[in-house]
Unconditional design. Structure first.
Length: 377
């Protein structure tokens, strides 16, 4: 059965536009008035039936190559473009996805959001960005929009360990993609970098410079990435035969705030036998550490080496420029959106795990430690 809308123009004349034929293209008639291009126009131009045009444009049925070519050539000549809104209306789709982010001020999240929104827009989907502040009740309320058919799927940027049970209740009915943070024991598709391997590489680099007193600024959150980075830090020290000092670890706030980075750095740099290098699990924390070191009269990298994580834009905006582990933030967002839309369209199977490459970017904030030689008496 064909669905239609009845519209009224300025002159009060009714015009029927069929939902499965309506387009956003226009052409002019002999009087120069713009007219909507429908599949009926394409069918007439290609000398085929309207149903044949519909099957060709929707990749349905077996149609000869010659007919397919004629239809596409006719559509191109007329400037025909399918009306995505009308198609969605007919299929009872919202073409809307939810994006749950803990905050929007951290540049790491904003870069991922850019990748998601650019991709969804190019594929004619709308994005509904929701700030959750790590509130599970709020996250549950937002995901409930899918059950009410206000949205079709969701991308979560901050899923803490232990949240898989309640998430699975939503994932069984609607596609969900976990971006950056996930629980490896769940069946929900996820995308990230190899946080453990990236951290080991960063610590090995500091060791190669001659550092043995390496501290880290971690976080109190319960993200898998936080756990893997802390494990990578400890394992890299152990592999090099360097003694682990629990006092060389400080925990910043859940949201990697600049202030908490400053506070953590001050504690570490106030130790009597302080670290000569700091590995920070976020660029924002690393920037806080560098500024705090400057306030304390500690020069970077002459007296202290600092490595960050993420490679947000601000890392190269001040001196010294930050050595950091670069995550492909925009690509993480782009790929997350592509995976979700693939799942929505059921065009192919979505992999459970997608791992994107990282890169250790060497800049000005790291160097060899200063060795103070004792004068012989």
């Amino acid at each position: 059965m064909m669905t239609f809308w009845q519209l009224t123009n300025a002159a009060g004349v009714y015009r029927i536009i069929y939902a499965n034929d309506c387009t956003i293209s226009e052409r002019s008639n002999e009087q120069g008035n713009k007219m909507t291009v429908t599949i009926f126009d394409v069918a007439k131009e290609a000398n085929v039936s309207a149903s044949t045009v519909s099957r060709v444009l929707n990749n349905k049925s077996t149609i000869s190559e010659n007919t397919v070519r004629r239809v596409y050539e006719a559509a191109e000549r007329l400037g025909y473009e399918p009306n995505i809104l009308a198609q969605s209306f007919r299929k009872q789709e919202t073409r809307t996805i939810l994006i749950l982010t803990p905050n929007m001020t951290n540049p790491y999240y904003s870069n991922i959001l850019s990748g998601i929104s650019d991709t969804t827009r190019s594929l004619f989907y709308s994005s509904f960005i929701c700030k959750t502040d790590w509130n599970r009740e709020e996250m549950s309320n937002i995901l409930g929009m899918m059950k009410k058919r206000h949205a079709e799927g969701a991308i979560l940027l901050a899923c803490e360990m232990g949240e898989e049970d309640w998430l699975l209740r939503y994932a069984k009915d609607n596609p969900i993609i976990l971006c950056s943070e996930f629980n490896p024991d769940t069946s929900i598709p996820h995308i990230s970098i190899d946080n453990y391997k990236a951290t080991v590489e960063a610590i090995k680099y500091l060791i190669s410079l001659g550092h043995t007193k390496i501290g880290t600024i971690s976080s109190v959150n319960n993200y898998l990435s936080t756990q893997l980075r802390l494990k990578g830090y400890k394992d890299a020290l152990a592999a090099a035969g360097i003694e682990f000092h629990p006092e060389y670890i400080e925990y910043a706030s859940k949201d990697y705030s600049y202030r908490s980075g400053c506070a953590s750095a001050r504690k570490l740099l106030s130790l009597e036998d302080r670290p000569t290098a700091l590995f920070c699990i976020s660029d924002v924390l690393a920037i806080g550490a560098i500024n705090t070191a400057a306030e304390m009269g500690i020069k970077v990298p002459e007296d202290l080496s600092v490595i960050g994580f993420d490679d947000v834009e601000q890392t190269a905006m001040f001196s010294p420029k930050l050595t950091t582990v670069a995550q492909p933030c925009y690509e993480l967002g782009k790929k997350s959106a592509e995976l979700l839309i693939t799942a929505l369209n059921q065009s192919e199977d979505v992999p459970l795990e997608t791992v994107l490459p990282y890169q250790l970017i060497l800049r000005e904030s790291t160097g060899s430690p200063v060795i103070i030689k004792e004068e012989s008496i």
